[in-house]
Design a protein around this ligand. Structure first.
Ligand code: NAP
Length: 317
């Protein structure tokens, strides 16, 4: 039985906790929170035998094989450091941290300690995104010329909310823009140029951003993210032979339509097969293989992502 410790009791802690609890061969062994009552309640809901009123106690639980870090980005490093010091593998929510410096520190710590670390970029484990990536690698698209993707919604302004609060790593880019950027990164790699246009919220975080990434062969990515507008949240990938349209939200898509050579092919997946299942299985399987990172979501890509986001955030202010 592969046993997880869940650090935090917020939205994604509960969602992924439920996926773990439903996965054969896995269980939530313990939940940790800043508050013992919240930890106990989530542990009860997930069928976890133990709960702790601190993250430090959670990571010391001897039965925990891996810790899922589900705090705000600003607190990922702190919790991950505790877990690594206790020798526990870590699945850390996206983005790895709120700054490049913190992400570099986290990765170095994991590597120096020989402890498994992976960013929970679940989009990479979505079955249709994996299919798309495989088709691109196989040359079915010819040469990729553009990736267009957006993720944004209209969130009422509240400076205390995690997404608007700079001290909790708020802003559209770190939380939402990371998904369009992750799709471009997966399919096009490292951009050569980046043009950014956006606006800040009164709290100082980026409220919206449009990005044009340029690649050495002239390919481009047109990406949009926003906390102030309901964007389409879809993605289009255009190659010289084929075009793919991904239904929204594209990072958890259930339907992809391929257009090319006069043909239209629709591919759908079972709604239960989401990226969360893939990411938790990856941690178990890579650990069983003695690895310290994932090949699907490598740490070098997480660091490259942090550098891109930081560049874009600085460009906005
Ligand atoms: N993969 C996905 O689909 C997905 C979706 C949403 C979010 N996320 C990522 O997951 C992380 C958490 O997001 P969320 O939406 O779950 O956030 P949330 O609902 O606000 O929950 C965050 C939790 O972190 C803990 N925490 C620790 N220090 C905190 C602090 N100083 N202020 C507030 N909370 C603190 C709290 O739990 P305790 O008080 O119990 O310790 C809180 O419940 C973020 O990094 C986000 O990017 C991923």
């Amino acid at each position: 039985m592969f046993s997880w410790g869940i650090a935090a009791t917020g939205g994604i802690a509960r969602v992924v906790g439920q996926v773990i609890a439903a996965e054969p061969g896995m269980r939530v062994a313990a939940v940790g929170s800043r508050d013992a009552g919240r930890a106990r309640r989530l542990a009860e809901d997930l069928g976890a035998p133990r709960s702790y009123g601190s993250y430090a106690e959670l990571v010391r639980d001897p039965e925990v094989d891996a810790v899922f870090v589900a705090t705000p980005h600003s607190h990922h490093l702190q919790v991950t450091e505790l877990a690594i010091a206790a020798g526990r593998a870590v699945l850390c929510e996206k983005p790895l941290t709120a700054t490049v410096a913190d992400a570099e520190r986290m990765v170095k710590l994991a590597q120096d300690s020989g402890v498994f670390l992976m960013e929970a970029m679940w989009m990479r484990f979505n079955p249709l995104v994996r299919r798309l990536h495989a088709l691109v690698l196989d040359g079915a698209f010819g040469t990729i010329r553009s990736v267009t993707a957006s993720f944004g919604f209209s969130l009422p302004y509240d400076p205390a909310h995690r997404l608007w609060n700079p001290s909790l790593g708020g802003g559209a880019l770190l939380d939402l823009g990371i998904y369009p950027l992750a799709l471009a990164q997966l399919l096009l790699g490292e951009p050569e140029t980046m043009a950014v246009t956006g606006a800040q919220a009164a709290s100082g975080v980026d409220a919206e951003a449009g990005l044009l990434l340029g690649y050495p062969d002239g390919a481009r990515a047109l990406l949009d993210t926003s906390l102030v507008s309901p964007l389409a949240n879809t993605a289009t990938v255009v190659g010289t032979k084929l075009r793919a349209e991904l239904d929204g939200p594209f990072f958890a898509t259930r339907r992809m339509v391929l257009h090319g050579g006069g043909n239209i092919e629709e591919i759908t997946v079972d709604p239960s097969d989401n990226g969360y299942v893939g990411e938790i299985r990856e941690v178990r399987d890579r650990l069983a293989a003695g690895a310290t990172e994932s090949t699907v979501m490598p740490l070098a890509d997480s660091l490259a992502m942090m550098r891109l986001i930081e560049r874009a955030r600085l460009a906005i202010g």
